[in-house]
Design a binder for this molecule. Structure first.
Ligand code: EPU
Length: 311
């Protein structure tokens, strides 16, 4: 990795392979890449990007992303240690956007706080989970969110505005929120329920862990590719139309759960895109249901200019 001049004083590097920063292990180079140490550093990086008309993109764990082999022509910003702090105050958890969900769930358990168990096993970060209203087992993170803190920068004036949004203002929906594209999440306050029966929380975590092991595959993937259509499971539909094991290049539909695409080694962006099209077409032809992608596809979801997506 080479140093670049534009962001080097802020910790930036150039030509960094995004395949190393996504759980799919797919993706070309980011023109610029930087790990933002803390909020001050993050603001300075974004300000510099906006001033220089460079598109920016914030990633968390990269667990919900499919990145083009062409990479990203702007700056990719990953949240560093300053965003990994967790504080517990009574029945609330205040976590940085970069906190891993597994650490969040462990902290809740250690403090006998119930309500976050369903997040166990989701390989994302808190910021990304909130942005996309991640969930599992018929629960979504929006159920436990109290406040979302962050900022955005006005492109024309390069002015940074701090935000604090109450849950209702975020307008969550199934696997999505109405947070503006340029809103950067820095911290989230979650409200849980004190339950002194810690054994009950542990049992629920074990149940979830077992269920995931039994029903979901290991390997390089981005989790579920499609959202569930109302009243049914995308995985079930894809299974019923006979797509388990269907392969394009090194990408294949998991035999364990048909809503997962696995990269078995050297899958290319186009292999996965082709597979996604085949999956959608087969389900639509046989059932009339149009599946909608749950994953974020880069650069498609970055429409020029600035963007943020923290998963
Ligand atoms: N099923 C099949 N074949 C398959 C997959 C599922 O027949 O290949 C059936 C199952 O047997 C079950 C039903 O479909 O009867 C539902 O399956 P499952 O419990 O696995 O849940 P899902 O609806 O497929 C959702 C979430 C997952 C989450 C699980 C566990 C979405 C799109 N998916 O899957 O989330 O982990 O529930 O609660 O909401 C993700 O968001 O990336 C993700 C994987």
């Amino acid at each position: 990795m080479k140093k670049d001049l534009l962001f080097s004083d802020l910790g930036g590097q150039c030509a960094v392979p995004l395949a190393n920063h996504t759980t799919f292990r797919i993706g070309g180079n980011a023109r610029y890449f930087v790990i933002a140490a803390d909020e001050k550093n993050l603001k300075a990086i974004i300000k510099r990007a906006v001033e220089n008309h460079i598109a920016y993109f914030v990633i968390g764990a990269g667990s919900n992303l499919l990145v083009s082999d062409q990479g990203f022509a702007g700056i990719v910003i990953k949240l560093g240690n300053g965003f990994s702090q967790i504080k517990v105050v009574n029945n609330k958890i205040i976590g940085g956007a970069g906190v891993k969900l597994v650490d969040l769930v462990k902290t809740a358990f250690e403090h006998s706080l119930a309500g976050a168990e369903f997040l166990y096993g989701i390989p994302g970060t808190l910021g990304g989970a909130v942005k996309n209203n991640a969930g599992a087992f018929d629960h979504s993170i929006s159920e436990i969110v109290e406040l979302v803190q962050g900022f955005h920068i006005q492109n024309s004036k390069f002015e940074i505005t701090d935000w604090q949004l109450k849950k209702d203002e975020v307008r969550f929906d199934y696997r999505t929120s109405q947070l503006p594209r340029d809103f950067i999440i820095t911290q989230v306050v979650l409200k849980l329920v004190k339950d002194n029966n810690q054994a009950k929380i542990r049992a629920e975590l074990e149940r979830i862990s077992q269920y995931r092991k039994q029903t979901q595959p290991w390997g390089a993937s981005a989790g579920c590719i499609f959202k569930n259509p109302k009243g049914t499971s995308a995985g079930k539909l894809l299974d019923e139309v006979g797509l388990k094991g269907y392969t394009v290049g090194d990408a294949y539909v998991s035999k364990k759960h048909a809503n997962f695409i696995i990269n078995r080694g050297r899958a290319r962006f186009n292999d996965v895109l082709e597979l996604i099209q085949i999956m959608k077409l087969r389900v639509e032809t046989k059932t009339g249901i149009i599946l909608e992608e749950e994953i974020e596809i880069i650069p498609d979801s970055v429409e020029g200019g600035e963007s943020n997506a923290e998963k």
